[in-house]
Ligand binder design. Structure first.
Ligand code: NAP
Length: 318
């Protein structure tokens, strides 16, 4: 099946000045790149790691329209190829400084390069939040994980805990149930926040158990995770239960980094925008999980990117 009927035109950066610089190559950034390139704007995407963003942390997507069930890596690759089709250029590095010089923005990377543009679209996404309990830092990669797809295979036929009650926790618990012997979801309330369809799958999965109204106080072990100290918030009871690993999915922190000193952010560091994705700084937009919003999904990230690029094209290049 042919999805892309144009030859990919993607190249490395061919110049130092672009109409639009997009920071981040997740769904929001690549969605913005497709709309920016298609509007005829010269577009550079700057990415710190590899294209795809947080979708690379999940196994399959079942709620991106048109695909039914699609492998997350494949969807990320299709986004990248689609941005390539409209001539998007890419550079790889971290943005370490932005200077505002009138209409121009100067963007400096940790790889020593610098670029100019009239518009910046910040699409840097968000990263998993930490529990902040004793043992968490010490046992990262030794039983503590924030990515079931990345680390699940180390827990084949083992006994793992998943902390959290949102879409990520339940989604990842379902994924882990295909690998581990037993998965226990530990949630601080007695109701899940996750969407009903995921809840139903988890409740009907014989390998998934639940511990309600409970928080993790400590992660214990010698060389690797061996047990969790848990506290029931209703009864106050504290107990220690054995686990081989703990997967933590308790929400997101914005990757607003240096941008939070440039544009307005909320108390958690998420970037404030209007419905056109404009920040309080002329010519700087934000799209996707890095901005203040209530629905963080791949489709809403892509849509944010499309809106940001479309408004940028109309406002600054017509
Ligand atoms: P989330 O929706 O914010 O849920 C975080 C969960 O962690 C909540 O259940 C919360 O408990 C719990 N929590 C927060 N802080 C905690 C703490 N310190 N200790 C213990 N538990 C804590 O985050 P998410 O699940 O990572 O999802 C982020 C966004 O991505 C959401 O918008 C979600 O819909 C989206 N997403 C969608 C999909 C999908 O469509 N398949 C998959 C993954 C993520 P309370 O419920 O008590 O607040």
């Amino acid at each position: 099946m042919v999805f892309f009927d144009l030859e990919p035109k993607s190249t490395g950066p061919s110049k130092t000045e672009y109409d639009v610089i997009i920071v981040g190559a997740g769904p929001a950034g690549l969605g913005a790149a497709i709309y920016s390139g298609r509007a005829g704007l010269s577009t550079l995407v700057i990415e710190k790691n590899i294209e795809g963003g947080q979708i690379l942390l999940t196994d399959v997507m079942e709620n991106y329209p048109g695909y039914g069930l699609i492998n997350s890596n494949e969807l990320a690759q299709r986004f990248k190829e689609h941005a390539d089709m409209f001539g998007t250029e890419f550079d790889y590095g971290e943005v370490v400084k932005v200077e505002l010089a009138g209409e121009q923005k100067l963007v400096y990377l940790d790889n020593g390069k610098a670029y100019k543009s009239k518009v910046i679209i910040i699409a840097t996404g968000a990263s998993p939040r930490r529990l902040g309990v004793p043992g968490e830092d010490r046992f990262i990669s030794k039983g503590v994980s924030y990515c079931a797809v990345c680390d699940g295979a180390f827990f084949t036929n083992k006994n793992v805990a998943v902390v959290g009650g949102g879409d990520s926790a339940v989604d990842e618990a379902l994924y882990l149930s295909r690998i581990a012997a037993k998965v226990t979801i530990i949630h601080r309330r007695d109701k899940l926040r996750a969407v009903k369809s995921l809840q139903e799958k988890a409740f009907n999965n014989p390998k998934i158990d639940f511990i309600w109204d409970t928080i993790v106080k400590e992660i214990k072990g010698t060389d690797k995770v061996e047990s969790l100290i848990l506290q029931n918030l209703k009864t106050g009871e504290i107990k220690e239960l054995p686990f081989d690993g703990v997967f933590i999915f308790i929400g997101l922190n914005p990757n607003s980094g240096i941008f939070k000193d440039i544009v307005d952010v909320d108390e958690n560091g998420f970037i404030k925008t209007n419905e056109d994705m404009e920040t309080n700084v002329d010519g700087i937009f934000a799209a996707g999980d890095v901005r203040v919003k209530s629905v963080r999904q791949v489709i809403t990230a892509v849509a944010d990117g499309a809106i940001a690029a479309t408004i940028a094209a109309r406002k600054y290049f017509e």
